[in-house]
Design a protein around this ligand. Structure first.
Ligand SMILES: NC(=O)c1ccc[n+]([C@@H]2O[C@H](COP(=O)([O-])OP(=O)(O)OC[C@H]3O[C@@H](n4cnc5c(N)ncnc54)[C@H](OP(=O)(O)O)[C@@H]3O)[C@@H](O)[C@H]2O)c1
Length: 180
């Protein structure tokens, strides 16, 4: 199973069960990567998820009896935080986008400590269309931890496969309403 996630400059990934940023390149990236696939989504994220054409959605509502293993390469885990953490051990690839956005959310980056050693990590960077005025956010130990985590992720990327996965949008139409 692969995973795709985005975080902003402050380490947030969502607010009120939605993405906070308006970034068409990130939307296009998400659409291009996931088109035609089956998407595994958490209950909270699913509550605000618009229809995603061309993809099959499985909602983890703790009721279905499906079994996820690391053989399921055609499935993408699309979050949210608890869902990434729950399935991290099964990810064969994680595609992480850093979005240049300063808005304050209510859910931060997942802890990906359970990733398998063979999991490939791909990193992307996208500018927002409408970069919001910087919100002042006090420095916190949580952000320090996040910075360490991102540094480790980036070291893994550069160490394993320099430049792997670096892209910048311009690939088809995005899923407006999901990541924005
Ligand atoms: N930036 C990105 O790439 C991205 C992608 C996706 C989502 N997000 C954001 O992530 C945030 C959501 O993450 P999250 O960790 O809160 O949630 P989530 O991973 O979407 O869903 C998991 C949550 O749903 C609960 N749940 C599962 N089945 C349930 C049921 N039948 N009834 C009630 N609750 C049930 C789980 O409870 P238990 O803990 O009890 O199991 C858990 O709290 C949102 O802000 C969303 O916008 C960001």
């Amino acid at each position: 199973m692969k995973a795709i996630l985005g975080f902003n400059n402050l380490g947030y990934i969502g607010k009120n069960n939605r993405i906070m940023w308006n970034c068409s390149d990130d939307f296009k990236h998400f659409k291009t990567m996931t088109m035609g696939a089956t998407l595994l989504v958490g209950y909270n994220t699913a509550s605000e998820l618009p229809p995603l054409k061309g993809r099959t959605i499985i909602v983890d509502d703790k009721r279905d009896g499906y079994v996820i293993t690391n053989d399921t390469d055609d499935i993408w885990c699309i979050g949210g935080k608890k869902t990434y953490e729950k399935y991290a051990q099964f990810f064969t690839e994680v595609h992480i986008s850093h979005i240049d956005d300063d808005s304050i959310g209510d859910v931060m980056m997942p802890d990906l400590k359970n990733l398998a050693p063979w999991c490939k990590i791909y990193h992307y960077y996208f500018d927002t269309n409408e970069k919001k005025l910087a919100n002042q956010n006090p420095f916190t130990p949580q952000l320090e931890k996040l910075a360490d985590q991102v540094a480790k992720i980036e070291n893994t990327v550069y160490g394993n496969d320099p430049g792997a996965g670096f892209q910048n949008g311009n690939i088809g139409d995005g899923d407006s309403g999901f990541r924005g």
